[in-house]
Design a protein around this ligand. Structure first.
Ligand SMILES: *Cc1c(COP(=O)(O)O)cnc(C)c1O
Length: 445
């Protein structure tokens, strides 16, 4: 047996590394972070966030030139007031998909003219609030919602700009994509069934609605351009069809998010510059082919901006070696679990993990990192090789937990949710504090 491998720079944030066995983010060690902020704790490499945000924005602008729309940060990946302020400072736009995310953006003074509101079932109150604060675009998901937005805008004496969310019959997920004619999904209006055309035509007749364009989001953790380019070609053909039928050109095309990152060494992340330039070219070429003016292009990366910037640090509480027919497995229990990272139990997500507070010269053994919740499925990392001498009090780090980690966190078993610490140039500060028992009890009558 060899020693455990440490996660490479492919998995770590830009300014994170291992120094004599210690995980270090922008000059601050895991031991220091744990001593000051306790565990479990999310740590964001702040400079890395700005770099990734800028890379996507620049990639869109250099590929699309005067046809570049907005680079939206998809807030659902992780949003708090400080992140909204970073997104603003980085010059990106922001996509929110609930009234709660909208309130965070408003509380952070995010400019509403750079905001877009998504969701398949926005309430009347959410739509009213979005129009009231002046959210630039509402992405309409259904005919019922179109009517709802139109009547609220009429009542408020406003004209609301919208995109229509269409489903091009392409579902992309990780290593493959599925092309279908009929979409078995809750989101959007189908091109193939004629539903999208019908609602687009209807939008043109509503005086309180300004139809700006279309939107799709075909999946998550997408590793190649095939699904995207098929969806683009179907959508551009649809737009040409719409223009022939209605005499109206469509100005904006938003191609959503879903760009893959590396969670484990074998994952291939999409290079932002390469993928965005390929997708913009596809839109340009297809528009030329069908004879319409190229629409402006917007994108909505969430995971690919926040995911790799953040790591979770846990403390080990107990260790149990189990003998199996196939060998042995070391169960390592940490002080968090499915309440701070549901992705492993929810969709068998994989993560890298490493000892974060010291060097071990012991050999690596087959291990499983589990949480403290009353559920066998409470697994943080299903299969990993960690040193055989991992013991109570050690720290473990799981990198790339920035997206859909803290944002999907729960209070299962009344476990308070961990804080989020931003680190830059050797300085660590709290951007979301740890929940307390007082916070939890505050809801009870
Ligand atoms: C989830 C979502 C995104 C972001 O997806 P990522 O995989 O985080 O890039 C963008 N747009 C819409 C509409 C979404 O639902």
């Amino acid at each position: 047996m060899s020693q455990a491998d440490l996660p490479s720079s492919k998995i770590l944030s830009k300014n994170a590394s291992f120094d004599s066995g210690e995980f270090v983010v922008a000059g601050v060690s895991a031991t220091k972070i744990a001593a000051e902020f306790q565990t479990p704790v999310f740590v964001i490499d702040e400079a890395d966030f700005f770099e990734r945000a800028k890379t996507f924005k620049d990639s869109l602008e250099s590929a699309a030139g005067e046809k570049s729309g907005h680079c939206y940060y998809a807030g659902k990946a992780f949003l708090c007031k400080e992140i909204a302020r970073w997104v603003e400072r980085a010059g990106l736009a922001l996509d929110v998909c609930t009234g709660g995310e909208l309130e965070v953006a408003i509380a952070a003074n995010f400019p509403p003219e750079r905001m877009e509101f998504h969701g398949n079932n926005k309430s009347v109150a959410e739509i009213r609030r979005a129009i009231e604060v002046g959210v630039s675009l509402i992405v309409v998901d259904s005919e019922i919602e179109l009517e709802r937005v139109a009547s609220i805008a009429t009542e408020m004496k406003r004209v609301q700009k919208i995109l229509i969310r269409i489903t091009p019959g392409v579902e992309a997920h990780t290593h493959d994509y599925i092309a279908t004619a009929h979409e078995d999904v809750k989101f959007g209006l189908s091109i193939a069934s004629g539903a999208a055309m019908k609602v687009m035509q209807k939008a043109l007749t509503l005086p309180s609605i300004e139809l700006r364009g279309v939107h799709f989001h075909i999946g998550s953790q997408i590793t190649s351009d095939e699904g995207f380019t098929l969806a683009i070609s179907r959508t551009i053909e649809f737009l040409a069809h719409f223009t022939r039928e209605s005499g109206k050109a469509i100005a904006e095309f938003d191609i959503g998010g879903g760009y893959a990152i590396s969670y484990v060494e074998s994952d291939e992340a999409l290079d932002p510059k390469t993928i965005i330039s390929a997708l913009v070219s596809a839109i340009r070429d297809e528009s030329e082919r069908v004879g319409i003016e190229m629409p402006t292009v917007s994108i909505e990366p969430g995971r690919a901006i926040i995911g790799p910037t953040t790591a979770t640090i846990y403390e080990v509480g107990t260790v149990k070696l189990v003998e199996l027919d196939s060998g042995s497995r070391n169960y390592i229990s940490v002080d968090g679990g499915m309440s701070d990272n549901i992705r492993t139990s929810l969709y068998d997500a994989e993560y890298s993990v490493a000892l974060a507070n010291r060097i071990s010269t012991e050999s690596a053994i087959s291990s499983r990192v589990v949480g403290k919740h009353c559920e066998s499925g409470d697994i943080v990392v299903r299969e990993c090789d960690l040193p055989s001498d991992v013991r109570p009090g050690d720290l473990l780090v799981t990198p790339a937990t920035g997206a859909y980690g803290r944002s999907m966190a729960s209070n299962y078993n009344h476990v308070p949710r961990p804080p989020v610490i931003a680190i830059r140039d050797g300085k660590a500060r709290v951007i979301v504090r740890r929940e307390t028992y007082q916070d939890l009890l505050g809801l009870d009558s």
